[in-house]
Design a protein around this ligand. Structure first.
Ligand code: 5RP
Length: 252
């Protein structure tokens, strides 16, 4: 994307009870309305707390249209969402080309690059993003920024093969992320384990490196033991952010 456009819609009438939830819902609903058309049959469902509103809006399109669709999840959580909504579940190995995938994001910059993997799903999320003819992100206003790392301070989520993690950490420390660390489960019960049986390293980088995410991504992907990096570059068609005032910012 050489240029990213921004557009804001008008205000919604209702005053939100929970502003953040409301803004997530607004982003999700608007994205579904704009990108999931009756002709779209193979649909990717991303992960995180915004995505249930995507499914909610898809269900509102009616049983008739949804009967003819297959839904592909990015992980255990979205698989459960699809099953509980009684939608048809599919696998990306059966359907390697998706019409649309809608997913959340941890932060999106001015060129539609994003940080993802706050929920440790970045590997499957990236597979579905790349498989989709149209990939769209939905989030609340806190995720919308100029440069990655401005609002999302936890670092880039990096999925690593467990037995290689210590060496990968050393390498990350030496290439500009001295505080990179293994993500631990709640109560420090042990490392977080992804849906693919891997560990996650959170690696904060300096602003200068975050300003060129595609370059950093290439550098990180060359490190042996790294399976996938939670930097999504040059993949998105659009990103939708629900705002506190009930408007939606669309970057595309
Ligand atoms: C999980 C992700 C999520 O999409 C991301 O963390 C956003 O989640 P939420 O909508 O809850 O803010 O990348 O790996």
């Amino acid at each position: 994307h050489s240029k990213v456009h921004c557009r804001s819609s008008g205000r919604m009438s209702a005053v939100p009870v929970d502003i953040i939830e409301k803004s997530k819902q607004l982003a999700a609903w608007t994205a579904v309305d704009n990108h999931i058309l009756p002709a779209d049959k193979i649909i990717g469902i991303g992960s995180g707390s915004t995505v249930p509103y995507v499914v909610e809006r898809i269900l509102a399109q009616g049983a008739e249209v949804n009967k003819g669709r297959v839904f592909i999840p990015t992980g255990f959580q979205s698989r459960q969402l699809i099953v509980e909504a009684q939608l048809t579940l599919g696998d990306v190995s059966q359907y390697p080309v998706l019409d649309v995938t809608i997913d959340g994001a941890d932060e999106v910059d001015h060129e539609l690059n994003s940080i993802k993997g706050g929920g440790a799903c970045q590997l499957q999320e990236k597979v579905l993003a790349e498989a989709a003819k149209t990939w769209v992100m939905v989030a609340d206003y806190r995720k919308n920024s100029e440069t990655l790392g401005t609002n999302w301070k936890q670092g880039i989520p990096i999925e690593v093969v467990p037995f290689a993690y210590a060496g990968v950490l050393r390498k990350l420390h030496s290439i500009g992320s001295p505080t990179a660390h293994l993500r631990m489960a709640k109560m420090k019960a042990g490392p977080v384990v992804t849906d693919n049986g891997n560990f996650v390293i959170d690696a904060p980088f300096a602003v200068e490196q975050m300003k060129e995410p595609a370059k950093l991504l290439t550098q990180l992907k060359l490190i042996t033991g790294i399976v996938e990096v939670g930097l999504f570059c040059n993949l998105a068609k659009a990103a939708y952010f629900g705002n506190q005032d009930g408007s939606v910012t669309i970057k595309w």
